[in-house]
Design a protein. Structure first.
Length: 373
């Protein structure tokens, strides 16, 4: 059995980790960590766990936990893990971090967008970006996984085949994304009260949302990979209108527009992405690109022609649905992707990463179909 500990188990993503790991035949949860509810019964915090979880919440002592667990999940605010992570912890346990502390490779970019000092830069280079469908081989041998978030997973998976195949003008990318309120976390905030959210939709973080550089960086790696495939190197290459060198720390960042919106539903993210095609591609051309990268992916569902993703068809599951429409006359494309923000956008992806790390079937404990209604 894999012994798992969860720091931040009483947040929405942490509770979803508990739910998923309880259904995993190869996992035993040995630590329900919670900064706010130490010594309180877990089922008092989440009544859905009554007569299912008898354990009490423990503190967030990662050093002690690392001696008891094979894998540690940290579903914590930005800055927490970077502030406590050390070599002993990583020597004892695998760590899967659901925050953004190790997602960005450029420390200056992280500190600019998150407004906090990064306290563990020595671990940034070895951290693997845990988007399973793209980085599976690197994940297998990692000690530290930077688990992607919901907006980033939706946006990157929606656009990846087109960027990887250079089928769109990357300077033209616009991402319009909408999320349920669970994405804002469980802590009490006036802006997230029922009367503030219900019967309304609002954009936020316009041109300033901190997931923007993460999306730009990861899609930039995809764009650069095509140069490496063609030339064996990416020593000097161009992204859109920019000529960039390998030594430039931002050499993999695209320029894109990302605008998130809050909608009055509990779960789900829908991203609608717009771009100009780089040539006169047809629907069949684009479909071949998506099939090339996703036809063997268990959790990625490229829908039938004319059927667009809906959040209700992925709720409660680890599936990601995607489809597109091609405007051949004007050489433009619209891509839509949808997932459950606390499953594939957080806890489910973390479990998927754990399965890869420990050599288990990637979908173990995650085969549940979406729930409806």
């Amino acid at each position: 059995m894999i012994r798992a500990g969860i720091i931040g188990s009483t947040g929405y993503a942490g509770q979803e980790l508990v739910r998923l790991l309880l259904m995993h035949k190869d996992v035993e949860i040995v630590w329900y960590g919670s900064h706010s509810y130490v010594d309180k019964s877990y089922s008092e915090v989440y009544g859905n766990m009554f007569n299912i979880v008898d354990a009490k919440c423990l503190d967030d002592n990662l050093d002690e936990l690392s001696k008891k667990a094979d894998v540690i999940f940290t579903a914590t605010p930005q800055g927490y893990l970077a502030g406590v992570l050390n070599e002993d912890i990583l020597s004892n346990s695998k760590v899967i971090d659901l925050s953004a502390d190790f997602r960005l490779k450029n420390i200056d970019t992280y500190e600019k967008w998150y407004k906090i000092e990064h306290k563990a830069p020595q671990f940034i280079e070895e951290a693997v970006y845990g988007l399973c469908e793209l980085n599976r081989e690197s994940i297998k041998s990692a000690r530290l996984i930077a688990n992607p978030g919901c907006y980033t997973t939706t946006s990157i998976l929606s656009l990846y085949p087109l960027v990887r195949e250079h089928m769109i003008d990357v300077d033209s990318i616009i991402i319009d994304a909408k999320s349920g309120t669970s994405g804002a976390g469980r802590s009490a905030k006036v802006a997230n009260l029922y009367c503030e959210v219900n019967e309304s939709i609002k954009p936020y973080g316009v041109l300033t949302h901190r997931h923007t550089p993460e999306i730009a960086e990861q899609l930039g790696y995809a764009y650069k990979a095509a140069f490496i495939d063609a030339n064996g190197t990416a020593e000097l290459f161009t992204i859109g209108q920019k000529e960039l060198s390998e030594g430039n720390p931002d050499s993999s960042a695209l320029s894109l527009v990302f605008t998130p919106h809050l909608v009055p539903m509990n779960r789900g993210i829908l991203a609608t992405c717009y771009a100009r095609l780089s040539d006169s591609f047809t629907y069949d051309d684009v479909r071949k690109a998506y099939d090339k990268y996703y036809k063997d992916e268990f959790f990625v569902r490229v829908l039938n022609k004319g059927v667009m993703p809906e959040t209700r068809w992925v709720e409660g599951s680890n599936y990601f649905d995607v489809n597109f429409a091609v405007d051949e006359e004007n050489e433009r494309i619209v891509i839509c992707g949808a997932l459950d923000n606390v499953v594939k956008g957080a806890a489910g992806q973390a479990v998927q990463n754990m399965n890869i790390l420990f050599g288990l079937p990637e979908n173990e404990g995650l085969k549940m179909p979406p729930v409806f209604p």
